[in-house]
Unconditional design. Structure first.
Length: 270
């Protein structure tokens, strides 16, 4: 279970560039639930994931995962508890190292790692067996540098690496946004398979309203650093992409936002 209690974060405080990115955000994410986080650019989605991952400490509030207080825990120590996949397919891996070497690093997440002693004790056959279900035809290319792979292949491997040792929490930060539509669909299906099979507690950020309504057990919508809508159960199941877009339109009208921001909302793909 992830418990987020009244966390706030202001960047460049007391300057002309001050931005209040998180404003007393609170929510509880139950174990084994798959929560999708949506919102316009600047709403605080990725900032919330960064706060959970430990990219920065919140100005106030607490973050507790399965009874462990992460609030002031350094990012590298949180890696023992958290797996993460980024938007950029070339993040989260070492491009000059082989697929096998990257996987070896994944087996030591949250520990002191050294390939000189790790690789001899790793059975290549296990790597092949874990890579084959990705459906990317990579099981016989373990000696290839991971940086030479396509974005989809690399993102699939990054997802595998993030979950090689079952994390207490999986964070997905728009992890299909940089992929072509066909590849994005494949990675989404793979994501759903892994999350369901491993029964992972998952928090996913997406700009795709179709992904939001099709995936997971709950949708949180953010605006101006706050959670403004929380859909779960039957209410979530009844939601359509058009319903979420209508809510964004409603927010636009209430806030009387500028034309550039309105256009950005209208271009949210479904």
């Amino acid at each position: 279970m992830l418990e987020i209690n009244s966390i706030s974060k202001t960047f460049n405080a007391d300057t002309v560039s001050e931005v209040k990115s998180l404003n007393e955000v609170s929510c509880t994410i139950e174990a084994e639930s798959f929560v999708v986080l949506v919102g316009t650019n600047g709403s605080g989605k990725s900032t919330l994931l960064n706060a959970i991952a430990g990219n920065f400490f919140p100005d106030q509030g607490t973050i507790v995962l399965d009874g462990v207080d992460l609030t002031r825990m350094p990012e590298h120590k949180r890696a023992k508890h958290i797996g993460r996949v980024f938007q950029n397919p070339f993040s989260g891996t070492a491009p000059e190292m082989t697929i096998a070497e990257n996987l070896a690093l994944a087996t030591k997440r949250g520990q002191l790692r050294g390939l000189g002693w790790a690789l001899p004790h790793i059975i290549t056959g296990e790597f092949r067996e874990r890579v084959r279900p990705l459906g990317m035809e990579l099981e016989d290319r373990l000696d290839n540098p991971i940086g030479k792979l396509s974005g989809g292949q690399r993102q699939a491997l990054t997802l595998l690496m993030a979950t090689w040792i079952k994390p207490k929490l999986l964070l997905l930060d728009e992890h299909t946004a940089a992929l072509d539509p066909k590849t994005a669909i494949k990675v989404v299906r793979l994501t759903e398979e892994i999350v369901n099979r491993e029964r992972l507690t998952t928090l996913m950020v997406t700009h795709s309203m179709q992904q939001a309504v099709n995936l997971g057990t709950r949708i949180l919508m953010m605006h101006k650093g706050r959670i403004v809508h929380d859909f779960k159960g039957q209410e979530k199941q009844r939601l359509k992409a058009a319903d979420l877009l209508a809510l964004f339109d409603e927010i636009r009208k209430k806030e009387q936002i500028d034309p550039a921001a309105a256009e950005m909302i209208n271009q949210l793909y479904v």
